[in-house]
Write a protein of this length. Structure first.
Ligand SMILES: Cc1cc2nc3c(=O)[nH]c(=O)nc-3n(C[C@H](O)[C@H](O)[C@H](O)COP(=O)(O)OP(=O)(O)OC[C@H]3O[C@@H](n4cnc5c(N)ncnc54)[C@H](O)[C@@H]3O)c2cc1C
Length: 343
């Protein structure tokens, strides 16, 4: 899953702002401590007040604690003063309560940048081993510094066109397990407002309209307001490939981790009052494509490719699947690379 528009996939995020891969990046010589602090401040990361936790979320949190699991509130980049708690974060918050990358675009405009939309880059132009600009549908924009940030599905395509080999894709594969709890109204709650962190996966309260479709297929009588669900999101193996097509399989290890997560999620839902015979899952999906221009392989620790002046600053550079929301880490990395370029 990804979103093609100004602001990219942040437009449809759930507003989760957590640090991930901090240690892995430090081991690669990239210390993001200052950038994380700056990013958290800029995005306004904080946990929402108690009044933003609906009945469904509270039931899941209590049930998980009763089973001996550690449950934390999810840090969010959502302004509680603007949020109307209607659960529409992932449809693009109509209240503008959630941070999106459009705010950086607006900052850049205020600083004098001109933003061109509707002009996808189709080629990076290189002369004598150094970057010279980009071409977009017959138009050429010259510069000796180019930062690719087209996401982990498009950045590798642009690199491949230059003959630069790319690295395998991960997506943080996930399913949502849900069941019926009549009248709970969970579909209108702030999504993923709590987190249970396990070694290779996370669990979080999550509603999906696809659960309703699955229930209808199984002849279960429910509407959207009757469903309680938990997302199981794993650090999956990087075995995907991006060419003209995107191909991403599931390894035996991925399947085992998903099964473990689903078993725990099922136990929590049962404890929360959901009858197991109503359990259904969504199809397998992935919302965090990354890893296709991995640090240490495709880019160096300054995020520069083998082409002088050509940098990458998006999820492509991540060294491994985070199994957790990556936006804060991508923003921190972007701050890091922009500081290096400005030197
Ligand atoms: C439903 C959903 C909810 C999510 N919720 C969260 C969350 O709560 N917290 C979190 O941390 N993560 C979340 N994620 C994941 C997160 O949004 C992504 O991992 C992150 O936005 C990836 O950033 P990126 O810069 O790599 O790519 P993107 O955000 O996808 O940005 C790529 C940009 O490049 C543009 N582009 C593509 N091709 C070209 C081209 N050829 N020329 C010019 N421009 C181009 C696109 O239009 C887009 O603007 C969620 C994802 C989904 C799908």
């Amino acid at each position: 899953m990804r979103t093609i528009c100004l602001g990219g996939t942040t437009t449809v995020s759930a507003g989760n702002g957590v640090r991930c891969l901090e240690e892995e990046l430090r081991l690669l010589g990239i210390d993001l401590r200052d950038e994380f602090v700056a990013a958290e401040k800029k995005l306004g990361v904080r946990c929402l007040p108690d009044s933003f936790f609906g009945n469904g979320t509270k039931r899941i949190m209590t049930a998980a604690e009763q089973l001996g699991l550690k449950v934390d509130k999810m840090p969010k980049f959502i302004d509680p003063a603007k949020c109307n708690k209607d659960g529409r974060c992932t449809s693009g918050c109509p209240e503008g309560a959630k941070w999106t990358a459009r705010r950086f675009v607006q900052d850049a405009e205020r600083a004098g940048a001109r933003i061109k939309t509707g002009l996808p880059v189709d080629e990076v132009v290189v002369r004598n081993g150094a970057v010279n600009g980009v071409s977009c549908g017959g138009r050429f924009f010259q510069d000796d510094t180019v930062v690719l940030s087209a996401g982990a599905l498009e950045t590798p395509r642009l690199l491949n066109r230059l003959g630069i080999p790319t690295t395998p894709l991960f997506v943080d594969s996930f399913i949502t397990l849900g069941g019926i709890l009549k009248g709970i109204g969970f579909n209108k709650e702030v999504p993923m407002n709590a987190i249970i962190k396990c070694a290779d996966f996370i669990l979080a309260p999550h509603f999906s309209t696809q659960l309703l479709a699955e229930m209808q297929k199984h002849g279960l009588n429910a509407d959207s307001s009757d469903i309680l669900g938990i997302i199981i999101k794993i650090k999956d193996d990087a075995v995907g490939e991006v060419t003209e097509k995107v191909v991403k399989g599931v390894t035996n290890r991925d399947a085992a981790i998903l099964s473990e997560g689903a078993a725990i999620a099922g136990a929590i839902l049962k404890e929360a009052g959901v009858a197991p015979y109503t359990f259904v899952t969504t199809p397998l999906r992935g919302a965090h494509p990354g890893g296709t221009a991995k640090i240490g392989v495709v880019v160096d620790k300054n995020m520069e490719t083998e082409v002088h002046g050509l940098y990458v600053a998006d999820a492509s550079v991540l060294p491994s699947a985070p199994g957790a929301p990556p936006i804060l880490t991508i923003v921190a990395l972007a701050k890091y690379v922009s500081r290096l370029i400005a030197l």
